[in-house]
Design a protein. Structure first.
Length: 143
């Protein structure tokens, strides 16, 4: 029993001595990785589970972030609504709908994923863009 205590004590002391070395070894001049064309490298697996809507709901037009209470209330209401919407009896739904994990909370506590413009809404398309889309739709073959 004494040997176990001694070995565990030595292991704890060794861990305490060597763990800070990693923090010291970190470079002060870290630069984020970039792609071959110079843009920030955002490759990888991203966890996007959040109940935060893409656009800010109109009733929250001037509210950029939720309070803790409002975030909890919004999360509960959204989960209730989505659970009700999951009643598939008599409806046609995507066969792989079960893959979507939309999370259980609003994280971070933002009222929308859109941060600019300040109202949190995606701005309408400009007239030149609308004309371009119309041209593409006219040129696209119909199936």
């Amino acid at each position: 029993m004494r040997h176990r205590v001694l070995i565990l004590s030595l292991a704890a002391v060794a861990a305490g001595l060597f763990l800070p070395a990693g923090a010291v070894a970190q470079s002060e001049s870290y630069t984020a990785p970039r792609t071959a064309w110079g843009a920030p490298d955002l490759q990888g697996v991203w966890d996007f589970r959040s109940l935060t809507p893409m656009e800010r709901p109109t009733d929250l037009a001037e509210t950029e972030t939720f309070t803790e209470e409002a975030a909890a209330e919004f999360s509960e209401a959204t989960i209730r609504r989505r659970s009700r919407d999951n009643d598939t009896s008599g409806r046609v739904v995507p066969y792989n709908d079960f893959w979507f994990d939309e999370g259980i909370s609003v994280t971070p506590a933002r009222t929308s994923l859109v941060v600019a413009p300040p109202d949190g809404r995606i701005p309408p398309l400009t007239p030149p863009t609308e004309r371009l889309i119309a041209e593409v739709r006219r040129a696209r073959p119909r199936v």
